[in-house]
Design a protein around this ligand. Sequence first.
Ligand code: SAM
Length: 213
Amino acid sequence: MTETSSLPFSQACENNREPILTVLQSTFADRRHALEIGSGTGQHSVYFAPRLPHLIWQTSDLAENHAGIAVWHAAHPAPNLRLPLRFDLQSSSWPQTEDGAFDAVFSSNTAHIVAWPLVMRMFAQIGMHLPAGGKLALYGPFNYNGGYTSESNRAFDLWLRERDARSGIRHYEDIVALAEQHGLAPEHDHAMPANNRLLVFVRRGTTPRLRST
Ligand SMILES: C[S@@+](CC[C@H](N)C(=O)[O-])C[C@H]1O[C@@H](n2cnc3c(N)ncnc32)[C@H](O)[C@@H]1O
């Protein structure tokens, strides 16, 4: 993510938005209210919201990114697009809005950025608050069978870990185990360009668990 004046820009978002959208159009077809965790620049939200007009798209991120997201929203307004909520995986409780409960969650390129305990907290929160049948779509690079899927992912992982030892590409098997622990069943694992994946999970059960973290 780079920033020029007040408009942050991610080339990766421009490159991956269409293949992600294609999956979301079917995965979120019967959803009404999506929470995006770690909206970044806001580019995904302004592209997805008008193309998923049947649902409300709620952005969220750390407070430091809100101004940039708001600039993108002002440039590309949509009636179903919501300005960012402060949602910090380290400390925030699950966001509440006047639009009611969330029945879908989307997060892109966050699991390899935040520390593993925060990935754990993200899944715990999602598992606790998504209703049965609720969907989680998680985009990013993942390792399989203990190894990288490409040389570029290997180099990326080394770069991430040098920059922040708590970050790094996560293992698909660890993510699935974590999801299962919180009542989220793996539904699809979509191949995406540039050695990325879009993992889709569905909340099992009939009612969300009523406990808090
Ligand atoms: C690599 S960026 C991805 C942004 C965007 N989703 C994308 O795909 O371009 C990682 C995002 O995670 C967010 N993030 C980092 N730490 C976080 C935390 N503790 N809680 C919530 N979001 C966090 C950052 O602010 C940033 O927006």
